[in-house]
Write a protein that binds this ligand. Structure first.
Ligand SMILES: Nc1ncnc2c1ncn2[C@@H]1O[C@H](COP(=O)(O)OP(=O)(O)OP(=O)(O)O)[C@@H](O)[C@H]1O
Length: 252
């Protein structure tokens, strides 16, 4: 699959959030969106998900303008994980993950064995099989984040958009989630992930798009886009020698 953005612009009631953004990406890649609070990362993800419409420019998925794709097709092809799990749905975890299969259901049909298998696999991979019957609103924030990840995985989409999926996670689950995203890219999905954990981005992303005030000011492998000079300019912090990939790894 190929995604292409050309001169995409978007604003909220006059406040510009995304300015003249353009990039191309393909299945197999992990692309990280990096930048300070308010830089436009979440807005750009929501544009790619089709949840917002560009005011200017175009977003093209495999030759089709995102706005021309039928809603059902868009929902099967694109999975979106929102930034936090604070929504207080008093629903069992399994039912929330099952929502990831809704785009695959025929009208008025129940979940098939294939849907149930996709839900089980997603619960397992996110490490939350043991929480399947627990109410979502009684989980910790990290547990809720993994439920929303599982819902996105259950869709088996070929464009996976995630807004700060590791923000609430402990170190082991941060690595586990990034390993899952790598596996999704390896099966051919395009993964676009907004993240503040620069050491994880340096380790896992193929490209880091560094955003500042709605623009992309660098689009390169993390070793280049997260250079000391860029980090100083964009974040106002000194990262001696640039960002070092996290040295943490899972125990055997
Ligand atoms: N619903 C909204 N209504 C009005 N302005 C908004 C809305 N959502 C975001 N903005 C503004 O758009 C700009 C970009 O916000 P966005 O959430 O895309 O940034 P971000 O890079 O994801 O930030 P963060 O790192 O804090 O999550 C900011 O100036 C923000 O205040």
């Amino acid at each position: 699959m190929r995604l292409q953005l050309s001169s995409v612009g978007f604003g909220y009631r006059g406040r510009t959030a995304v300015r003249a953004v353009g990039f191309k990406a393909s299945g197999g890649e992990i692309i990280a969106l990096v930048g300070p609070n308010g830089a436009g990362k979440s807005s750009l993800l929501r544009l790619c998900a089709g949840l917002l419409d560009p005011a200017r420019g175009q977003i093209v998925l495999d030759g089709f303008d995102l706005r021309e794709l039928a809603p059902g097709q868009r929902a099967r092809r694109i999975a979106y994980m929102p930034p936090d799990g604070s929504s207080a749905w008093p629903m069992p975890v399994r039912r929330i993950v099952a929502l990831g299969r809704v785009p695959h259901l025929k009208p008025l049909r129940r979940l098939t064995a294939e849907d149930e298998a996709a839900i089980d696999t997603a619960l397992d991979r996110a490490g939350i099989a043991g929480l399947a019957e627990r109410p979502f609103d009684q989980l910790s924030s990290g547990e809720r984040a993994r439920v929303l990840l599982a819902r996105a995985l259950a869709t088996q989409a070929d464009l996976i958009l995630l807004d700060e999926p590791t923000a609430a996670l402990d170190p082991r689950h941060q690595l586990a989630v990034m390993d899952i995203l790598r596996a999704e890219a390896n099966r051919g999905a395009l993964v676009i992930v907004a993240a503040h954990a620069l050491d994880l981005v340096a380790r896992y992303a193929d490209r880091a798009l560094l955003m500042q005030e709605g623009r992309i000011m660098a689009d390169a492998p993390p070793a280049q886009s997260l250079s000391e000079a860029h980090i100083a300019e964009v974040f106002g912090v000194v990262a001696p020698g640039g960002i070092t990939p996290t040295p943490l790894r899972l125990t055997d």
